[in-house]
Design a protein around this ligand. Structure first.
Ligand SMILES: [Zn+2]
Length: 387
């Protein structure tokens, strides 16, 4: 395998800016359009059909490339995100793709244009033709807006895009990631009755109610962590991100708002926590400690978990071991990826790619060229053995 062809491809990807518009106001570097154009030329060079959609609106394209086997016996998807985070405070040139001491530097080199380069590098027309012969339809997806909340993938999965087998490409040091926690955000609104601060008994203070509510909240969370755990992810977590209530010294507060961030493991039923919190609020209303209140889900990124016994995981582990001569343990992560939405539409899914997540989003983002080569060899081996 020619390393220079591989690093040349990554240089081309890194020097094509695709900063998420939420991360910069400079139109010369923001948006996914330039990357989408590059993907289209990479698809065409491999004889893939090209579909362009706009799940995030004008100027925020998604691109899908498909092979065309005569009869489809299985669909195999590789999902990539076209956007990167911003470039403020970077200490290396974000778009120069400088190579030094076996590393290629630049924004997106690790997260996750390196994985794109490794995959496209080994997707030769011959290899795609041999997949066609086996009746395997290849689906390559370039999704917009991963970095601000999985926007593109969420909408594309909602429209039904999926496959039998799917890889979500992210830096996992060339090892299978088969689970991550979900992120569930809640607003808890507590309502009472205002009054003069000199006569607390005349009103219903929602701040005073916290003395009863907060211990109950921790108890509910604690109970769930005792009941549910995950072999790779451990326990769900609770962060009380914000508490806001009241106006000033001498007014009884009539409204308190809490914002909660729960990172939830896949095997904890997601309805249990809000149901129990709402039951507690009802009990407090009955006891006269509140007049009204509610715990409401405001944002949901679902967790995902694939069995380590699934054929996809086993096939990838075998490919890794054939290439590296080493075992390929599975892991779970606390960060989320496009695997969350696509786990709803793909039968077997995992996250995999070259590079270390510790290097993603950093001031001197880089990827080791040895990782790129390793990922390329693993992709090639996997595809050549895939039935
Ligand atoms: Zn990423």
């Amino acid at each position: 395998m020619s390393t220079s062809a591989l690093t040349d491809l990554l240089s081309q990807l890194v020097s094509t800016p695709s900063v998420n518009p939420a991360h910069s106001e400079d139109p010369s570097i923001t948006g996914e359009e330039r990357m989408a154009e590059l993907f289209i030329s990479l698809f065409k060079a491999r004889g893939l059909s090209v579909e362009v959609t706009h799940p995030m609106g004008a100027g925020r394209p998604a691109v899908i490339g498909r092979s065309q086997p005569a009869a489809v016996h299985k669909t195999l998807m590789f999902e990539m995100h076209l956007d990167t985070v911003g470039i403020a405070h970077m200490t290396v040139d974000p778009f120069l793709a400088q190579i030094e001491n076996g590393k290629l530097y630049g924004r997106g080199s690790c997260d996750m244009k390196g994985a794109m380069a490794s995959l496209f590098h080994i997707l030769t027309p011959e290899r795609i033709e041999s997949l066609n012969q086996k009746g395997i339809e290849l689906i390559l997806v370039g999704a917009p807006d991963e970095e601000t909340g999985l926007g593109g993938s969420t909408r594309m999965a909602a429209e039904g895009l999926g496959a039998d087998i799917a890889f979500v490409l992210e830096p996992t040091q060339c090892l299978p990631v088969i689970a991550h926690k979900g992120a569930l955000w809640y607003d808890v609104e507590l309502k009472g009755r205002s009054g003069h601060g000199s006569q607390p008994q005349s009103g219903v203070s929602t701040n005073a109610a916290l003395s009863d509510f907060l211990p109950a909240l921790f108890d509910i969370h604690q109970q769930l962590t005792q009941e549910y755990s995950h072999p790779l992810l451990g326990n769900s977590t609770l962060n009380i991100g914000k508490i806001e209530g009241g106006q000033t010294y001498n007014i009884i507060p009539e409204r308190t708002l809490l914002q909660l961030d729960r990172r939830v493991i896949p095997n904890e039923p997601s309805q249990l926590f809000p149901d129990q919190v709402n039951r507690k609020i009802q009990d407090m209303i009955t006891a006269g400690l509140l007049l009204d209140g509610r715990c409401t889900l405001t944002s949901e990124t679902t967790s995902f978990s694939t069995s380590d016994q699934s054929p996809l995981v086993k096939d990838l582990q075998q490919a890794i071991t054939r290439v590296t001569g080493e075992p390929a343990p599975c892991s779970g992560t606390s960060w989320v990826s496009d695997a969350s939405p696509f786990s709803q539409t793909c039968e077997q899914i995992l996250v995999f790619g070259p590079g270390d997540i510790a290097q993603a989003h950093t001031d001197n983002e880089f990827i080791e060229i040895a990782q790129l080569e390793r990922a390329a060899s693993i992709f090639a081996d996997f595809l050549d053995h895939f039935e």
